[in-house]
Write a protein that binds this ligand. Structure first.
Ligand SMILES: [Zn+2]
Length: 339
């Protein structure tokens, strides 16, 4: 089904009928040539639940393989969502970048690529580029809304949030924030992301589709609250778009999502050199500029005292490095501020 869009056609075959009502568990058959199998393919799972008339929404997880809350929530939804309750079309990719998902890593074991730095992709490129090209050129044009579910992975731990890019078009931004508000994570983060261009979120934005990303836990473990927030959030968004009946309701204890941003580089604490980072505060702490963010230890130089790292600004400690060992230039803390 390699339909052409501008350049070369996609070699990916979608073994699913996008027009057929009901629930389908299908695959995207992506070529993956190996030494022992030149015509080898990898079958990326895709699930569609379609009924009646209504919008098309695409939820994806496993863009990075070591981020689990979205993978779990979408797998559960794929089995549980009753097509009789659906007005429209729900497309789910619970394990989008399957090689990384099955490897439990951020980067692909096949081509070493970060899938979320591979858009808009290339139909003649590596596995990640071919799959990214298919998602961009075949799936996104079907969509009225897209959400790509991320977490911190092995490198970071984060206060759960939905994330949107700051958009110049006010009406487009309002639609995007309304979806984030419905998702109702503790934080809605409006990002000025460096190097956003090759991400799936930016690919959706290039097509004018309201789109969200998220960070729903971290540390390459399953965050219990993060799974609950994700499952509830996805249902809220389905209701927001009228795909499932009912009204999205904010969390009765937390209330509406807190809209925040990471405005500039002062919000980041970077490791000045390689070392072992000992944090001063857990994520979610309200911190002040000039206070100690943590200590960088040099385990090969026991005479040398640790370097004290300080916060460059005040706000909420939204993200912290999860791995103790860090390289020069790694962010060890990121502060978010109310928008
Ligand atoms: Zn991610």
């Amino acid at each position: 089904m390699g339909r052409k869009e501008g350049g070369a056609p996609s070699p990916v075959v979608a073994e699913i009928d996008f027009d057929r009502p009901g629930r389908q568990f299908g695959t995207l058959r992506v070529p993956s040539s190996r030494n022992d199998s030149g015509w080898g393919t990898i079958a990326v799972p895709i699930v569609q639940i379609k009924a009646g008339r209504g919008p098309t929404v695409l939820f994806t997880a496993g863009n990075h393989g070591d981020e689990y809350e979205g993978q779990i929530a979408l797998s559960n939804l794929a089995r549980k969502l009753d097509p009789r309750r659906v007005s429209g079309r729900v497309i789910l990719l619970p394990a989008m970048h399957l090689p990384a998902v099955m490897n439990g890593t951020r980067l692909s074991p096949l081509d070493g690529r970060d899938f979320n730095r591979s858009f808009p992709g290339n139909p003649r490129g590596s596995f990640a580029e071919v799959l990214a090209h298919f998602v961009d050129s075949r799936l996104l044009p079907l969509c009225d809304f897209q959400m790509d579910l991320h977490s911190g992975g092995i490198g970071a731990d984060l206060v759960p949030c939905a994330a949107a890019h700051a958009l110049d078009d006010k009406a487009y931004m309002a639609k995007t924030l309304a979806a984030a508000n419905a998702f109702n994570a503790p934080i809605t983060l409006v990002l000025h992301e460096p190097n956003a261009g090759p991400t799936l979120l930016a690919a959706a934005e290039r097509r004018g589709i309201p789109a969200l990303s998220s960070e729903l836990g971290g540390g390459a473990r399953v965050n219990i609250d993060g799974v609950a927030i994700t499952e509830r959030g996805v249902r809220n968004v389905l209701q927001h778009y009228g795909v499932v009946a009912g009204k999205p309701a904010p969390d009765p204890v937390r209330g509406p999502s807190r809209v925040m941003t990471v405005p500039d580089l002062d919000c980041y604490v970077f490791a000045p050199q390689a070392g072992l980072f000992q944090p001063a505060d857990p994520i979610g702490t309200v911190v002040k500029a000039g206070r100690t963010a943590g200590w960088l230890h040099f385990m090969d130089q026991p005479r040398r005292p640790p370097a004290r790292l300080v916060y460059g600004t005040s706000g909420l400690l939204w993200c912290a490095r999860h791995q103790a060992r860090c390289q020069r230039g790694d962010p060890v803390a990121v502060i978010a501020k109310d928008l």
